[in-house]
Design a protein around this ligand. Structure first.
Ligand SMILES: CC(C)(COP(=O)(O)OP(=O)(O)OC[C@H]1O[C@@H](n2cnc3c(N)ncnc32)[C@H](O)[C@@H]1OP(=O)(O)O)[C@@H](O)C(=O)NCCC(=O)NCCS
Length: 251
C-alpha cells in the first residue's frame, strides 16, 4: 500500500499543503472529549483517591447548598454538581486546551513553517521531508533540527551532555494525514530522519510530545525512542495527568 508513497525532500511547491497539515493536526490531537477528562482524572489519581476527591467535593458542595438554599440532600447535590461539571466545567477545560493548541500551532507556523527552506534547508545537518503520493499530494512530513530544545536540556543531563561536544538533534513536525494513517508512512518518515541524523554524526535525537498524543508516542517507541522525563506544563493539567513527555533515541 505504501509502495506508491515516496519520501522526498521539501520543495516550495509543497509549502501550503505542509503548513495546512501540520497546523490542523497539531491542534486536532490535543482535543479532549468530556468523557475522556473523567477517564484521565481516574487514571491519574487512581480509583480510591479519585473517589475520595469526588466524595469530599460533593460533601462540601452539599454543605454550602444547605447554607444558601436549605437543600440538604446529598444525592440531589451530587446530581447538581455532576451536571455543572459535565455541562459547564469540562467543556470549558476542553476549550482552554484547544485554545492553547491553536495558539501553539499558530506560533509553529510563524516560527518555522513560514520559511521552511530557510529554517531547515539552509544548513546541511538539518532537513525537512515530505511523503507524497503518486499525484504529488502531501500525505505526511517530518523535520530534523540540529539543536536540542532548551526545555529538554535539563531533563537529558543524565544521558547526554551537549557541552561535551555530543551532537543532539530534534525530530519535529511529524504528521501523517488522517486518510493515510496506519500504513507505515509515519515510521518511514521517522526512519528517514534517524538515518540522516546518523549520517550527520548526531549521537542522539530528542523529541517532546504530550501524554494525550498516544499515536505519536507509539510511533516514537516503535522507532526506538524511550521516555527520559516528563513534566506538567500547568498546574491544572496535573489533576488530569496531562504531561509534556521527553523522548530520546541514542544513535
Ligand atoms: C503519529 C502518526 C505520525 C503515525 O503515523 P502513521 O503513518 O499512522 O504511523 P505508522 O502506520 O507508520 O505506525 C507506526 C507505529 O506507530 C504506532 N501508532 C500509530 N498509530 C497509532 C495509534 N493510533 N495508537 C497507538 N500507536 C500508534 C504503532 O506502534 C505503529 O506500529 P504498528 O502499526 O506496528 O502497531 C500519526 O498518527 C499522526 O500524524 N498523528 C498526529 C501527530 C501530531 O500531532 N503531530 C504534531 C507534532 S508537531
Amino acid at each position: 500500500m505504501t509502495d506508491t508513497i515516496k519520501i522526498v525532500q521539501f520543495q516550495d511547491k509543497y509549502k501550503d499543503q505542509v503548513v495546512d497539515l501540520v497546523k490542523r493536526e497539531t491542534a486536532a490531537n490535543v482535543g479532549v472529549k468530556r468523557l475522556k477528562w473523567i477517564t484521565l482524572f481516574f487514571k491519574r489519581n487512581g480509583f480510591i483517591v479519585s473517589t475520595v476527591y469526588v466524595g469530599t467535593t460533593v460533601y462540601i458542595f452539599n454543605f454550602l447548598l444547605s447554607l444558601f438554599i436549605s437543600q440538604n440532600n446529598i444525592f440531589v447535590s451530587a446530581i447538581i454538581l455532576a451536571s455543572f461539571i459535565f455541562f459547564v466545567i469540562l467543556p470549558q477545560l476542553s476549550k482552554k486546551l484547544a485554545k492553547q493548541a491553536v495558539h501553539y500551532s499558530e506560533s509553529i507556523a510563524e516560527n518555522d513553517l513560514d520559511d521552511i527552506k530557510g529554517t531547515y534547508l539552509s544548513q546541511d545537518d538539518k532537513n525537512f521531508w515530505v511523503a507524497v503520493d503518486e499525484y504529488d499530494n502531501v500525505c505526511g512530513c517530518v523535520s530534523l533540527s540540529n539543536q536540542m530544545p532548551m526545555e529538554t536540556q535539563y531533563h537529558l543531563g543524565k544521558y547526554i551532555k551537549e557541552n561535551d561536544g555530543i551532537k543532539v538533534a530534534e525530530v519535529k513536525r511529524m504528521v501523517v494525514n488522517p486518510n493515510y494513517r496506519r500504513r507505515g508512512i509515519g515510521i518511514k518518515l521517522c526512519n528517514e530522519a534517524i538515518n540522516f541524523a546518523k549520517q550527520k554524526n548526531f549521537r542522539a535525537i530528542v523529541n517532546t510530545t504530550v501524554t494525550l498524543n498516544q499515536p505519536l508516542i507509539g510511533l516514537y517507541k516503535k522507532a526506538g525512542f524511550f521516555k527520559v522525563s516528563s513534566f506538567f506544563f500547568q498546574v491544572l493539567w496535573k489533576v488530569f495527568g496531562i504531561q509534556v513527555e521527553v523522548y530520546l533515541k541514542l544513535l
